[in-house]
Design a protein around this ligand. Sequence first.
Ligand code: ADP
Ligand code: MG
Length: 252
Amino acid sequence: MSVFLSVENINLTYQTPEGETQAVKDVSFTVREGEFISIVGPSGCGKSSLLSCIAGVTLPTKGRIMLEGRRINGISNDAGYMLQSDNLMPWRNIYKNAVLGLEIQKKLTDENISYVRELLKKYGLWEFRNSYPASLSGGMRQRVALIRTLAVRPRLLLLDEAFSALDYQTRVNVGRDVYNILRSEKQTMIMVTHDIPEAVSMSDRVIVLSQRPAVIAKTVEIPFGAQRDTVAVRNTQQYRDCYDIVWKEMSM
Ligand code: ADP
Ligand code: MG
């Protein structure tokens, strides 16, 4: 398969009154369409900085990022960006939250509205469409946030610690739901996490970053294929082998 996204020699240095902080150093990698990539690394190493460059929210100091042959140099609708907090609006019901992105982008067409309805039905939220976020569990709210992000059909989905506000059990289950949703929608996805089990169970490739400034310390291919059960794979020897490789690299 051909290159879908290419991250080329990305460097990012923040200028602050106290001086310069180099967050990302010479990071390059490519992603194929439909691939799931995890970026892991120690806290404060530059993971979010790198992802925000891919989102076009932050401009790198050096290097460039190409998505389907077009350079990313600002915020665009091509990338859907989802953060830790679900950011649902408490005064809007679930349906109104799910169509918010379409509303903002002025894309409330019949076709897009029926796509949102289909997503809500497919992923167990249709009966809650008139409920408000406060009455839903953390896992359900995160699914609504995901549907809102997918509704605008981003070419690339970026998740930054999207599950870390959830308790462990919910997090594992939401991870499985999100994984299945994204595979069935044939999304291309890059997620940042500090959770090694999440990275190994949910991706095709794990990129391990070093301490700040982040350089790529190692890339680990994950052998489970697209049709995996992200919970069941955790009991396999292959999972433990991948986990150990990532763990060792992060402990160095
Ligand atoms: P991570 O997501 O891996 O925890 P970040 O990318 O958030 O790390 O941060 C990497 C480094 O860059 C940290 O030292 C952080 O303090 C610094 N940093 C992040 N954002 C900014 C900013 N907007 N201005 C200045 N320094 C920043
Ligand atoms: Mg971060």
